[in-house]
Ligand binder design. Structure first.
Ligand code: TYD
Ligand code: MG
Length: 481
C-alpha cells in the first residue's frame, strides 16, 4: 500500500515522523520538520515488484589490487586524504560559504587535469562564466578540466557514463543536486540523500572518484546531509576565520587514511597557497614584548606544530567573571583554572579570563594545558615568559603535569625554529633524549611552574629589568638552566 508515504522529515538530522511537530526529538532542533516523500530514492514500483538476483560470495583472502591513488597535485591536500583519492571513493568536503571550497577544488582539478587525467567539474551553484572567471584569476584557464553547470543527477550520470570513465568528478555542491526519483524540493534532506546515493552508486560502479561539496550550517554541521556523512568514504572539513588568511583542511572521517592530519593553506589574491611549514606561519606575527603569551609545541596528526597561546586575565567588574576562549575547549580552560585555584593558590574568581589561539587554529590536544596555564599565570602576575621557550604537558586534576605523546618530535620542531628551551613534564625527560639541542626544564607539578613565573614577576618588579625581548639566549641558560 503506497498510501501512507508522506511524512515529516527533520531537515537537520533526517529523522522522520508521521505527523508535524515543532521540535525534532532526535536532534532537539526547532522548526526543522518539513513534509517530504519518505520513501527515499527507490520508487515504489521497483520496491514491490523487483525479484532478487543472486550474487557470488567472496572470501576475505582474495586478491584485490591495491587501490591506486590519484594525487591531487597539492601535497597538503594529499596529506589529509591519506595520499590521494582512491578509485571509486566518495569524499564530502564541507565548509562555510566563502571559505574557499570552490577555489581549492578548482586548483586541485586543474593540476590533475594537467597531469593527463580526465577530470569533470560540475557546478550547480555558479554559471560556467563564473567558474571560468575564477580559473582565469587563478591562472588555470589552460587546464583541460571538463566543465558543466548542471543540477540533475540523472543527466549527470548519463552524460558521464559515456566515453572514458573520469578519474575524478567534483559536484559543487550536493545541496543543489536533485533527482527525479523523489518528489521533494532540491536542498531537502530527502533530495540530498537520494542524489548522494545515486552518485555514490555511480562511483562504486565505474571506479570514478567523486568529491561532493557540502555547505555548513551556523552550528558547524554539514547542513542537512548529516545523513550523507555516513554514506561517504571520507568527510573533510575546510575551516578558517573569515578575517584570517589561513585555511585548514581537516579529515573528520576517512576510510582510507588518518583522521588527525591537517593541511594548511593561505588564501592569497591568486588562490590558495600551500603552507609547508605551518609553525613559521602561526608564529610569524608574535608579539614578543607582552606578558600573557606562551608558545605551545603541539602535534597535528603526525606533524609538529608550534602555535602561540594568548591569555588576558583582568579584574572583573561583573558579578560572575567572564571566561571566553577562542580555538580551545572551554571546559579544559575551566579545568585548568580550577586546578590553579585549588592547588596553586592562584585566585582567579575575581578576574575575567580570555584565552586565544593565535592564527585562527583550533587545538584539540590536552597537551596544551601547560602552555595555557603558563600564559594565564604570566598575564595575571604581569610577567613576561621567556620568548625562547616552548611549553607542553597535560595537567591532571591533582595538579600533576602528565606526559604526552611524541615528545621528541615536539622538541625537534622547537629547536628547528630557534627555540632554546622547553618546559615539559618531568616524566617525559627520559624520552626526550639528550640530543634535543634545547635546555629542558622538566617539571612535576603545576605549582612549580606557577612559582617560577611568579618569581619572574617579582624579580622584574624589583629591578625594573628591561623586557626579555633584548635578552640573549645565553643569558637565559646561565640564569635558570
Ligand atoms: P570560494 O572558493 O568561492 O568559496 P566557497 O566555494 O567555499 O563558497 O571562495 C570565495 C572567497 O575566496 C571570496 O571571498 C574571494 C576569495 N578568493 C581570494 O581571496 N582569492 C582568490 O584567488 C579566489 C579565487 C577567491
Ligand atoms: Mg563555492
Amino acid at each position: 500500500m503506497a498510501k501512507n508515504t508522506l511524512s515529516f522529515v527533520c531537515q537537520n538530522c533526517g529523522a522522520a515522523y508521521n505527523r508535524w511537530q515543532g521540535k525534532c526529538e532526535s536532534c532537539g532542533e526547532w522548526n526543522t520538520l518539513a513534509e517530504e516523500d519518505a520513501t527515499g530514492s527507490i520508487p515504489v514500483s521497483i520496491r514491490s515488484k523487483r525479484k532478487g538476483r543472486t550474487f557470488a560470495l567472496e572470501s576475505l583472502a582474495g586478491k584485490t589490487q591495491d587501490a591506486p591513488r590519484l594525487s591531487s597535485g597539492m601535497t597538503e591536500f594529499d596529506r589529509v586524504t591519506g595520499g590521494g583519492f582512491v578509485r571509486g571513493s566518495v569524499l564530502l568536503v564541507g565548509g562555510d560559504p566563502g571559505i574557499g571550497k570552490s577555489t581549492l577544488l578548482t586548483q586541485a582539478t586543474s593540476l590533475m587535469a594537467r597531469a593527463g587525467h580526465r577530470i569533470v567539474y560540475i557546478s550547480g551553484e555558479e554559471a560556467i562564466a563564473q567558474v571560468r572567471l575564477r580559473a582565469e584569476r587563478l591562472g588555470l584557464s589552460d587546464a583541460p578540466v571538463q566543465l558543466a553547470a548542471e543540477t540533475s543527477v540523472e543527466d549527470i550520470v548519463s552524460t558521464l557514463s559515456e566515453g572514458a570513465v573520469p578519474r575524478l568528478i567534483v559536484i559543487d555542491s550536493i545541496q543543489t543536486m536533485w533527482t527525479d526519483t523523489v518528489e521533494s524540493a532540491p536542498g531537502t534532506v530527502t533530495q540530498v540523500r537520494a542524489s548522494a546515493q545515486a552518485l555514490i552508486r555511480f562511483a562504486k560502479k565505474t571506479g570514478a572518484a567523486i568529491i561532493l561539496v557540502g555547505h555548513v550550517t551556523k552550528d558547524g554541521q554539514i547542513a542537512g546531509p548529516r545523513v550523507v556523512e555516513h554514506m561517504v568514504d571520507a568527510v573533510l572539513s575546510f575551516e578558517g576565520e573569515g578575517s584570517q588568511q589561513f585555511r585548514i583542511l581537516r579529515a573528520v572521517k576517512n576510510r582510507f587514511g588518518p583522521t588527525d592530519e591537517i593541511g594548511v593553506f593561505e588564501m592569497t589574491g591568486l588562490g590558495l597557497r600551500e603552507v609547508t611549514n605551518p609553525s613559521e606561519l602561526f608564529l610569524s606575527e608574535r608579539d614578543l614584548g607582552t606578558p600573557g603569551t606562551a608558545v605551545f609545541a603541539g602535534i597535528e596528526g603526525t606533524r609538529p606544530l608550534l602555535v602561540e597561546l594568548q591569555a588576558l586575565v583582568a579584574p572583573t567588574s561583573l558579578g560572575t567573571p567572564r571566561r571566553a576562549v577562542v580555538g580551545w575547549d572551554p571546559s579544559r580552560l575551566s579545568m585548568v583554572l580550577a586546578v590553579l585555584e585549588a592547588h596553586c593558590g592562584v585566585k582567579l574568581s575575581g578576574h575575567d579570563v580570555y584565552l586565544n589561539v593565535a592564527g585562527g587554529l583550533r587545538i584539540h590536544e590536552p597537551a596544551a594545558d601547560l602552555a595555557a596555564a603558563a600564559a594565564l599565570v604570566s598575564s595575571l602576575v604581569n610577567a613576561q615568559l621567556p620568548t625562547d621557550a616552548v611549553y607542553f604537558g597535560e595537567i591532571s586534576l591533582s595538579g600533576v603535569v602528565r606526559p604526552v605523546a611524541q615528545t621528541p618530535a615536539r622538541l625537534k620542531e622547537a629547536a628547528k625554529l630557534g627555540f632554546q628551551r622547553a618546559v615539559l613534564p618531568e616524566s617525559a625527560r627520559g624520552e626526550a633524549g639528550g640530543d634535543a639541542g634545547l635546555t629542558l626544564n622538566a617539571i612535576n607539578s603545576l605549582t612549580t611552574l606557577v612559582a617560577e613565573i611568579a618569581a619572574r614577576g617579582s624579580r622584574r618588579g624589583e629591578s625594573n629589568a628591561p623586557a626579555e625581548k633584548n635578552a640573549t639566549p645565553a643569558r637565559f641558560r646561565r640564569g635558570e638552566g
